[in-house]
Design a protein around this ligand. Sequence first.
Ligand code: ANZ
Length: 816
Amino acid sequence: RATYDIAATETKWQRVWEELDQFRADDASPREKRYALTMFPYPSGDLHMGHAEVFALHDVVARYWWQRGYEVLNPMGFDSFGLPAENAAIRNDEHPDTYTRANIAKSIESCRKYAASFDWSRTFNTSDPEYYRWTQWLFLKFYERGLAYRKNSPVNWCPQDQTVLANEQVVNGACERCGAEVTKKNLTQWYFKITDYAQELLDGLDELESTWPDRVVTAQRNWIGRSEGAHVDFVIEGREEPLTVYTTRPDTLFGATFMVVAADAALADELVVDEQREAFEAYREEVRRSSEIERQATDRPKTGVFLGVHATNPLTGTQIPVYAADYVLADYGTGAIMAVPGQDQRDWDFAQVFDLPVIRTVQPPADFDGDAFTGDGPAINSANDEIDLSGMGVAEAKSTTIAFLEGQGLGRGTVNYRLRDWLLSRQRYWGAPIPIIHCPVDGEVPVPEDQLPVTLPMLRGTDLKPKGTSPLGGATEWVEVACPTCGGPATRDTDTMDTFVDSSWYMFRYCSPHETDRPFDSDLVNAWMPSQLYVGGVEHAVLHLLYGRFFTKVLNDMGLVDFREPWSAQLNQGFVINQGKKMSKSLGNGVNLGEQLSAFGVDAVRLTLVFAGPPEDDIDWANMSPEGSLRFLQRAWRLSGDVTSAPGVDVTTGDEALRRTTARTVHDAAELVEVYRFNVMVAKVMELVNATRKAIDSGVGPADPAVREAAEAVTILLSLVAPYTAEEMWERLGHEPTVSRVGWPEVDEALLVEETVTAVVQVKGKVRARLEVSPDVSDVDLEAAALADEGVQRAIDGAPVRKVIVRAPKLVNIVV
Ligand code: ANZ
C-alpha cells in the first residue's frame, strides 16, 4: 500500500507556507474580521502535550474561519516575565532574559512545525521593553484615575517564593505556583481597585452566560461574591467612633450577645485595653504564624481573646463583650462582626468555648436538635418599645430592621462583595518595575511618561535570590534618582508588577503590535475586538479572565476601546493525562510531545487530540491511538491518488448518492465546528472517506466526478486538522498550493433535501391519498401517517377499520 513520507512532507510544506505567509492578518482587508485568541504560554521550556492540545483545537476554528472567507487574526506571543524564568535563571546563574529567549525561540520553531496557523508578524514578549513600557504607562493611567494605590494591610505571603500573592493566587490556602502554604504578613503594597468594578464585573456575566463555559461564569460569580445585608453601628464606651459591623442577618440583632474583631486588623489593636494588651499581642502572634489553611479549618476549636471593652447592642441596650479572633477576616466586610450564636454556627462554637449567652431570635422547628438554627422561621425574642419583629419571617424581619436602623441613624442597608482589591506588587526581579518614585518631599511621584520604560537593571544569578524584599533594592545606582518634581534625592519603587498585569492587556496589543507611541491603535482594536473565541485553561477562571475583563472596562472608561468585554466566547480544553493520572515527573508518566511527533507526525498527533472527544473533556493519552490516526490519514491520502477525473470537472453529472453524502458531510461539519464538536466533525470526515473508497472500488469508479468532489471535500475538511496531509492531497488532486485558503466547499442545497417516494393510500380499493415519505419509512410509521391523513379519514367516515395492509414505502390498503 502506498503511504506518504511524513518527514519529507512536513519539511516540504513548512517551507512553502513560510514563503506564502498566508495567515498574516490584513487590517485593511474588506472581509469580515474574526479574532481567534488562545492563551499565550509562559516560555518555561519547549511546547508540551498540553500546548499541542490547545493549539490543535484552537487551530480548527482559526483555519475554519479562513476557509469560510473571514479575515482572521490569530496571534501568538509569550507571557515571559515571572517566576519560572527567574527561578531557572537563579539555578543556572544566568540572566532570566537569556533563558526566556532561548525557550521562546524553541517554542516558535515548534509551533511552526506543528503547523499552528499563527500570524508571527505580530508576536511579542511581555518582557520586551517595547511592551512593558506600555504596561507601565497603563499603570500610571490607573494611578491617575485613583485605581492604583498603596496601602498597608495583612497580605498573603509565600514563604517559598518569598513574595506576596494576590488572593486569586492562593488556592485552598496554598501558593498557586509552588504549592507552599501561604502565611500572612503586614506590608505596604500596591493594589488595583478592581472592587470599584465589582457590580459591573458581575452584571457582565449575564451577557456572557450563553457563550462562556458554565464553570467559569459560576466561579467568577462566586469569587465576586455579592451579598446583601446591613452595616450596623455599635457604640463603644469611651470611644467616639462606633464599631461598625457588616451582617447579612440584621434580623438577628436582638440575639447579638458579643462581638468579634479580626485579630490581625488594625481595629483590634486600637480597641484593646492596656490590661489585655499582652494577652492580645501573644494571640495575634499565634494567628500570624498559622496558615490560612489552619485558620479556615471548620473542625478546629475556636480561639480568641477578650479585648477588655464592651459595646452596646443598639436594640436591647445590653453591654456585650468585644473579642478578637481569627475566624473573622480582616479584609472582609468591616473586619468586625456582631456574633449571634443562636443563628450562626461559628458564633455558637465560639460562645461554647468562652461561655457566652445564646439568645435565639428565630424559632426552630419542633424537631430541631442542632446548635445554631440557620433556617427560616418566625422571629422570637425580638421586640422592644420601638420595634417588634415577633412572628415575622427572616426576609420581612430583615427589611423591617434595616428600615428601623436607618430611621434611627444606627445603620444602613448595604451590598457587600467578597472580591478584594488586586494586590499587584511583587518582591521579585523578573517583572515590569512599578514606575513610581518615592521622594521624601513630594511623596509618590509618577515617572514622567517620556521617561518610560523604566527598564530593569542588569542583575543575574544569586543577586536575584529572593530575600523577602525586592532584589531591585540592591541595585543602588538604579534605585537612587532625582525626584521628577523637586529634583532632590529620591528612590525608585523596587517592586515589580504581577505578571497578570502583563497579560491583562496583551489581547489589545496584538491588534497593532508595533505601535511605538501608544499601547495600541484604538481603531484597530475596535475593528478586531471583542475576540469571538478565546481558548484556554479553566485554571484562569478567576485570575486572568477576571483581570482582563477589569482592564477592558477601565480602558473603555478611558475612551481607548469602545466595548466593555474583551472575549465574547470562550472554550476551556480538558487536560491531557496519562494512565488516568495527571502527567508528572514524580509519577514518571509524562508523554514527550517531540517523541510523539517524530513517531507519528504532526498531523496524526493533532488528529488524535481533536478526535479524542469533546474538547472540554480530559484526554487520557494511554487510551489514544496515534497509529490509528496515521492509518486513517494515509487512507484519506490514497483517495487523492485514485481520482482520475480532471480538476474543474462538472460535478453535477456525478453519482448522486455519493454527492448527497458529500453535501451532507460538508454541511454538518460546518455546524459541528461552530459548536466546538470537532471530534464529531472528524468522525463525519472518516465516514466520507469510507463512502468515497466504496464508490471508487464499486461500480461508480474513480473517474466519476462525484468521486473528485468527495475527495476534494475530504481534503478541505482535513485542512482544519491535518494541514500537511491536506496539502499533499490537494497537490495530488492536481491543484496549486495551498488548500488552506481555497474556501469552504460549496454545497448544492438541493442535495441536502432528503429524497422521498410517494406512498399510495387506498380505502376500500380507491386511492384516497398520496404521501411523500422517506424511502426507508417503517410499516408502523407509514400506517400512522396514512390514518392521520384528512382525505383518508373522510373516506373512512367513522366506520370501524377491519384491516390495514402496509407495504412500506409504497402502499397502504385500508379495509373498513
Ligand atoms: C450576624 C449574623 C447572624 C451573620 C447570622 C450570619 C448569620 P457573607 O454571606 O459571606 O457575606 N461576617 C461578616 N464579616 C466577616 C468577616 N470579616 N469575617 C468572617 N465573617 C464575617 O457573610 C456575611 C456574614 O458573615 C455576616 O453576617 C457576618 O455574620 C459574617 F445568623 O452577622 B453575620
